[in-house]
Design a protein around this ligand. Structure first.
Ligand code: NI
Length: 180
């Protein structure tokens, strides 16, 4: 996947990560068009720096207050860096089999829950040069892609849980954010 020098810039300034229930996290992001090339090229290194600093394995643009369909991932943030940058990612197929797996989110710090999702997915996206790609993913990558694409539609992992469990997590998060 995409690994231009710009996307690897480790010293880009970080951005503040929005914490739920910030309304921006609930908005549907818009597709990236060619006119967005420059702002996107400037944003990507900052999103990667923010993700690595957190540390996290994925970050979607709405989490830093930008309503564009842009996702960065790196499944091994502590080891050799392998950043992936996806513009306009789309879930085009998902396996019938699903499994529960624990998820967290940089916008819901310290909150974790088992989320049931398809085991394998096919995702179509564009790289920074606008070239179209399609990947088949399973395991952690499939999980992470689904979680991040959800962010582009204003969906958080807690939305896949029961209302009871979701409310418990949101209350706990609010309490922790108030410093209680
Ligand atoms: Ni997240």
């Amino acid at each position: 996947m995409d690994q231009t020098p710009a996307t690897l810039a480790p010293d880009a300034p970080t951005l503040p990560i929005l914490i739920a229930p910030h309304p921006m996290l609930r908005a549907k992001a818009r597709a990236i068009v060619p006119a967005d090339a420059r702002p996107v090229a400037e944003l990507v290194p900052r999103m990667l720096a923010t993700m690595y600093a957190a540390p996290g394995i994925g970050l979607a643009a709405p989490q830093v207050g930008v309503g564009l369909r842009l996702v960065v991932l790196d499944l091994q943030p502590e080891g050799e860096r392998r950043p992936r940058v996806l513009l306009n990612p789309e879930l085009i197929a998902a396996s019938r089999e699903s499994e529960p797996r624990e998820e967290g989110c940089l916008s819901l710090p310290n909150q974790y829950a088992d989320v049931v999702r398809p085991l394998a997915v096919t995702v179509r996206y564009q790289d920074l040069a606008g070239t179209r790609h399609q990947i088949q993913a399973e395991g952690l990558l499939a999980r992470c892609l689904q979680h991040e694409i959800d962010h582009l539609d204003g969906v958080l992992f807690v939305d896949h849980l029961s209302a009871l469990r979701r409310n418990m997590i949101m209350r706990k998060l609010a309490k922790e954010q108030r410093g209680e």
